[in-house]
Design a protein around this ligand. Structure first.
Ligand code: GMT
Length: 378
C-alpha cells in the first residue's frame, strides 16, 4: 500500500474504447494500491471490477427534459462532480479526454466551494481531430490551460498537443498499459486449444471499434495478398459501423471463408495469445492499445507509421506507409517466416518490451508522482 493515499475522482467515457479501458484499469489499480478512487459515469465501464473497498462507482444521472434537443450531459457531470468533491473532500479530479470530461471538471471548479487539482489525460482524437474545429479549439485550449497537469499517452501526442496549443507546461507522457489480470496466462498452443483453432495454421488478428479511422478494408486487402501465399486466417474482434461493408468486401475478394468474425469478446487476450501477427492500419492512433495487448502475449504488429504507433512498435514489429497494402502483406509474410525460423525470438522480444515499458505498476507510480507533485507544491 502507498505511503500517501489520495482521494481521486475519475471521469471518463464508460463505453467500450481504449480511453475508457485505460481510465478504468488505472482507477482500479490505484485503488488496489490503497488510494480512495471514485469513478463518476452514466454506467459501469465495460472493464469495471470491484477490486478494492476503496474503489467507488457513482452513477451519473442526466435529466433528459423533452424541451432539450439532447440531454445536458456535460452540465450534469459538472454539478455531480462538484457535489462529489465537496462531500468526499476529493483532492484530485483526473479527467480522461479534454472534451467533455475535463471541460465538465473546469466547470465544477466554478461551482465547487473547495479547490481541487485537475489532471487531464489526452487520448488523441481530442487534439488531432476535435481541435481542427475552431470552436472546439477554444474550449480545449481553455481546458488544457486550466488543468494543473496535462498527460499524453505518447511522445507523438505530446508534440502534437504542444504544436496546437499554447501550454504553460509541456505535457507529461505516460503510456497505456496492460494490467496483469487481463493477460492470458497460457501458451499459444493452449489458447488455440481453447478456441478450437488449428495448431498448424497462421492467424492474423485485428481488434477495434470498426470505425473508418481504422481502415479495415486495408486489413482485408492485405490479408487477401498474404492468403495467396500462405495457409492463414484473419481473426476480427469488435463491432462498429464498418463491419457490414467489410463483410461485403470480404465476399467480393473471395475471403469470406478465411475470416473469423468474433464480434465483441470480453476475453480478448486469449485471441491475441493465439495469433501470429497483429494488424493496425489506422489513419491515426495516439498510441494503439491493442499493440501492447498483443505484445504482452508475444505477438508482433504490422502498423502504419503514424501517431504514437512507431514508438510502441519499435523492435516488436514492422511499420508501413498508410494505404500501402503490398508492403503490409510483405511485412506480414516476413514476420511469419521469422517466426517459423526462430519461433521464440520475436515472441520473447515482445514480452520483454511489454514487461519493461507497459506495466500497471510503472504507470501507477508515474501517476502517483504527478498527484504527489501537485499536492505537496501547490
Ligand atoms: O480509437 C479508438 O479505438 C478508441 C479511442 C478512445 O477514445 O477510447 O482510443 C484512443 O485512446 C486509446 C487509449 O489511450 C489509444 O490507445 C488509441 O490509440 C486512441 N485512439 C486514437 O487515437 C484514434
Amino acid at each position: 500500500k502507498v505511503a500517501h493515499p489520495r482521494k481521486i475522482a475519475f471521469v471518463c467515457n464508460p463505453k467500450m474504447g481504449g480511453s475508457g479501458i485505460i481510465a478504468t484499469e488505472l482507477a482500479m489499480a490505484l485503488a488496489e494500491r490503497g488510494h480512495h478512487v471514485w469513478l463518476l459515469a452514466e454506467k459501469h465501464p465495460y472493464s469495471w471490477r470491484q477490486v478494492s473497498d476503496t474503489l467507488y462507482f457513482l452513477k451519473l444521472e442526466v435529466n433528459d427534459y423533452p424541451v432539450f434537443e439532447s440531454a445536458p450531459h456535460t452540465l450534469a457531470l459538472a454539478g455531480a462532480l462538484a457535489n462529489l468533491i465537496e462531500q468526499e473532500n476529493i483532492e484530485i479530479v483526473h479527467a480522461h479526454y479534454a472534451v467533455p470530461y475535463a471541460a465538465a471538471a473546469v466547470m465544477a471548479k466554478q461551482i465547487c466551494k473547495q479547490p481541487f487539482q485537475l489532471v487531464t489525460t489526452l487520448h488523441g482524437t481530442d487534439v488531432v481531430k476535435l481541435a481542427d474545429d475552431p470552436a472546439m479549439h477554444r474550449v480545449i485550449d481553455t481546458v488544457l490551460n486550466q488543468s494543473q497537469r496535462v498527460i499524453c499517452v505518447s511522445d507523438d501526442l505530446a508534440q502534437q498537443t504542444h504544436q496546437r496549443f499554447d501550454l504553460p507546461v509541456y505535457p507529461e507522457v505516460i503510456a497505456n498499459f496492460v494490467p496483469p489480470g487481463k493477460m492470458f496466462a497460457g501458451s499459444r498452443q493452449q489458447a488455440r486449444e481453447q478456441l478450437q483453432l488449428d495448431q498448424q495454421a497462421s492467424y492474423l488478428i485485428h481488434a477495434s471499434n470498426f470505425r473508418k479511422i481504422k481502415r479495415i478494408p486495408d486489413i482485408i486487402k492485405s490479408f487477401a495478398l498474404v492468403r495467396q501465399q500462405r495457409d492463414c486466417q484473419l481473426i476480427l474482434l469488435g463491432e462498429g459501423p464498418e463491419v457490414t461493408p467489410c463483410q461485403d468486401l470480404a465476399v467480393q475478394l473471395g475471403m469470406a471463408d478465411d475470416i473469423i468474425w468474433v464480434g465483441q469478446e470480453p476475453n480478448i487476450n486469449r485471441w491475441f495469445a493465439a495469433a501470429n501477427v497483429n494488424l493496425q492500419l489506422s489513419d491515426y492512433e495516439s498510441f494503439g492499445l491493442t499493440l501492447i495487448e498483443c505484445m504482452v502475449q508475444g505477438v508482433p504488429t504490422v502498423a502504419n507509421n503514424v501517431g504514437g504507433m512507431p514508438e510502441v512498435v519499435a523492435g516488436t514489429g514492422r511499420l508501413v506507409t498508410v494505404g500501402d497494402i503490398e508492403a503490409t502483406a510483405q511485412n506480414v509474410l516476413s514476420l511469419l517466416d521469422e517466426q517459423r525460423q526462430s519461433p521464440a525470438e520475436m515472441h520473447q522480444r515482445c514480452i520483454d518490451k511489454a514487461n519493461s515499458n507497459y506495466t500497471s505498476e510503472a504507470v501507477c507510480i508515474a501517476h502517483e508522482a504527478v498527484y504527489h507533485g501537485l499536492l505537496v507544491t501547490e
